[in-house]
Structure formats: C-alpha cells, structure tokens
Design a protein. Structure first.
Length: 113
C-alpha cells in the first residue's frame, strides 16, 4: 500500500534535520572537490563537509578521522622538507650580491683595446 500524503509529511517532519544535514554536507563536499582543481582551500572544505555529515552518519565521521590523519602526515612531510631544504641554502655575506642588472639596450659586453 502506498503511503498517504499525511505519512510522507510526518516522515519529512521527523527527518528534516537529517535531510538538511545530508543535503548541506554533500553540497559542501562537492564544493570542496571542485576546489581541488579550482582556486580555493579544497581539502579544508572537504573536511568541513565530512564534519557536517559526521553529525548524522558514522561513515562520515570515520572519513573525517582518516582525512585528519592524512593531513597530519602531509604536514609532517612538508615540515621535514622545509627543514631539509633550509639546511642546504647558502646564506650570502654582506656585499656579496648578484651582479648589477644591465640595461637591455647596452648590447653584449665588449672589450676596449
């Protein structure tokens, strides 16, 4: 037997928070996924979407935890790379700079006899 209009309205009324969280969470995740290829903080927005969905769904809470662990690991790798690179950079002494720029119209340097 098909549900009556009254039953459908009652179901929507009882489930309105879950429906709103689901729609909003998936919209935020979709926006974050778009920001992975467009300008914007994609990973942060995806994590925010999982946080929203995690208020109603256990699978989204687990995905958020996995995303957090991945972000922490990426942060440690980036921090290690910065430390490694900063040890290889040679500092210039005062007065030891690049040669002064030449004017483009001067032509190649020539030796005067």
């Amino acid at each position: 037997m098909a549900p009556s209009i009254r039953e459908v309205v009652r179901f929507i009324g009882r489930s309105s928070k879950r429906i709103a969280v689901t729609v909003l969470g998936f919209a935020v995740v979709a926006g974050g996924l778009a920001m992975l290829v467009l300008p914007g903080p994609g990973i942060l927005v995806v994590a925010l979407g999982f946080a929203i969905l995690g208020t109603e769904y256990a699978w989204a809470a687990a995905a958020l935890e996995k995303t957090k662990r991945g972000a922490e690991k990426a942060g440690r790798v980036a921090k290690g790379a910065v430390r490694s690179a900063s040890g290889r950079v040679r500092r210039r002494r005062p007065g030891e700079g690049p040669p002064p720029p030449r004017n483009p119209g001067d032509g190649p340097p020539t030796s005067v006899p």
